[in-house]
Design a protein around this ligand. Structure first.
Ligand code: NAD
Length: 371
């Protein structure tokens, strides 16, 4: 039996609370699903700053590089507002992304039927929604040079950002999208602005060429990014995997996440390049939400986004898609039974805290495993 190396970085605020539920689920998967894990824990964010004066230590980064999967809770909070810029909690996360070269950001937008009424769209448009946005994370206009504001000397200034992509950056993100599609609905829609941007034209050409190199079993469509924004709120269920650049991905993934109801429900992944020798890639999984200082330490946090992050890891890093689907089904069943943490609570539902929600999901996972 393969032993999977996990590094847990719980971080700050509600991070340790939601990670606590994931630790219990890991125990269940070992005891009941025949999985074997080697689990290490370390500090990140404000917790690392308090202990070591940095937002993540070299030794934690080394552990992250050696792990099959890094699970991260959340970083930040008002306690660290005054710390030096380089040691601010977010710097720990940014260093991990940079050192592990995590160029592919995966943001699923899943709408559980029981929560469809919490969406800003009509129930029939979002009920059962399951799309995956693959955003290029380390290139494009956020990093391109020149990036500057120049004084023109006549009372005017000129601001410049540079949208730049090279072939290899597009090839590797397109491959991630095609490979993900194969374990999902087998469809990819690539979004760019080829009608007005050279980088969009190259993006379109390279995605098309990459598709022809061994991915023709996956259905590929192209869509202009503005049209996709419209389609995401008109008929979101038409999409399976969406692949797009850093800027459009930033905007479109936020639009998609609002279709689903609550921040406390949404997991994400950031993936690095595949090691040709081992076929493995660095991978960090984390909830989309932050450290929620307003409810931290009160046992109120919704652990589902963190639990679903482990679910994503099972599917995309640990070769256990059927177990990932089982975890998703357990979450859906618990929501259907009427249990809600405060963030997703509505009239007539039963309000529970972090541990009770974790108990319910883990209990349901155990029941489904035994079935
Ligand atoms: P947030 O996501 O922490 O909280 C926004 C709101 O959603 C709050 O009312 C919070 O109580 C609620 N919420 C979030 N997650 C929840 C959960 N699991 N269960 C129940 N309610 C939940 O965003 P914010 O308030 O803008 O930021 C707080 C801190 O988190 C800041 O320091 C910010 O920099 C940091 N942050 C970190 C990350 C990260 O670690 N990746 C992401 C976003 C924000």
């Amino acid at each position: 039996m393969a032993t999977h190396k996990l590094l847990l970085l719980a971080g700050d605020g509600i991070g340790p609370e939601v990670m606590g539920e994931v630790k219990r689920l890991i125990g269940t998967l070992e005891a009941k699903a025949g999985m074997s894990f080697e689990v290490e824990e370390d500090l990140v964010g404000g917790a690392a700053y308090d202990a070591h004066g940095v937002a993540v230590t070299d030794s934690a980064v080394a552990k992250a590089k050696a792990a099959d999967v890094v699970l991260l809770g959340a970083v930040g909070g008002p306690k660290w507002d005054g710390v030096p810029y380089d040691a601010r909690p977010e710097a720990g996360l940014l260093r991990l992304r940079k050192d592990l070269e995590l160029f592919a950001n995966l943001r699923p937008a899943i709408c559980y039927p029981a929560l469809a009424d919490a969406s800003s769209l009509k129930r029939e448009l979002v009920d059962g929604l399951d799309i995956m946005i693959v955003r290029e994370l380390t290139g494009g206009v956020y990093f391109g040079e020149p990036k500057e504001i120049v004084d023109l000397g006549n009372g005017q200034q000129r601001a410049v950002d540079t949208q730049v992509y090279e072939t290899y950056e597009i090839v590797r993100i397109a491959k991630v999208a095609f490979e993900l599609a194969r374990v999902r609905g087998n469809r990819v829609t690539s979004a760019e602005k080829r009608n007005v941007m050279k980088s969009g034209l190259l993006w379109n050409q390279v995605v098309t060429a990459t598709h022809k190199q061994g991915y023709e079993d996956v259905k590929l469509d192209h869509m202009l990014a503005d049209a996709m924004g419209m389609q995401l709120v008109r008929a979101p269920k038409q999409f399976d995997v969406i692949v797009t650049d850093n800027l459009f991905g930033d905007v479109l993934s936020d639009v998609a996440s609002m279709l689903t109801g609550s921040l406390g429900m949404l997991p994400s992944a950031s993936l690095g390049a595949e090691d040709p020798a081992t076929g493995k890639r660095h991978a960090l999984y984390e909830p989309v939400h932050g450290s929620a200082p307003d409810i931290a330490g009160k046992g109120l946090a919704n652990p589902i986004a963190m639990i679903a992050s482990l679910g994503m890891a099972l599917k995309y890093s640990l070769g256990k898609p059927e177990l990932a689907d089982l975890v998703d089904r357990a979450i859906a069943d618990v929501l259907a039974s009427g249990l809600r943490t405060g963030d997703i609570w509505s009239e007539g539902k039963t309000k529970v805290g972090t541990t009770a929600m974790g108990d319910a999901v883990i209990g349901r996972v155990e029941a489904l495993l035994a079935a």
